[in-house]
Design a protein. Structure first.
Length: 93
C-alpha cells in the first residue's frame, strides 16, 4: 500500500524500470476501481481507466502521463488515502 500523496510519483518511477509489455495496476483500497498502465515503447504508454468510467487512452507519452494520472486520481480515487500498486510482468516470451 502506498500513500495517496505519491499517487503520480511512485508509478512513474516504477514505469521507468519496466520492460516493454509489462503493466502496473493502481487499485483502490476495496480493489473495485483501477487504473492500468501498459508500457508499449520507451516513451509510449497505454492507460486504461476501469472504475466509475471505462476509458482507454492509447499512445500517451511520458510527459502527458503525469497530467492524465492526476485527472484520473480525482475521478477514480476521490476520497482515498491509500492505494495498491501491482506490477504485472509480461508472460509471453
Amino acid at each position: 500500500m502506498h500513500d495517496m500523496k505519491n499517487f503520480t510519483k511512485t508509478p512513474l518511477q516504477k514505469l521507468k524500470q519496466l520492460k516493454i509489455g509489462e503493466k502496473i495496476q493502481l487499485l483502490t483500497f476495496k480493489k473495485d476501481r483501477k487504473i492500468i498502465l501498459v508500457k508499449k515503447d520507451l516513451n509510449l504508454y497505454k492507460v486504461i481507466e476501469d472504475g466509475f468510467e471505462y476509458k482507454e487512452f492509447d499512445n500517451i507519452n511520458y510527459e502527458k502521463l503525469e497530467v492524465l494520472l492526476k485527472q484520473m486520481q480525482h475521478v477514480e480515487f476521490p476520497r482515498s488515502n491509500k492505494f495498491y500498486l501491482e506490477v504485472i510482468e509480461n508472460k509471453t516470451p
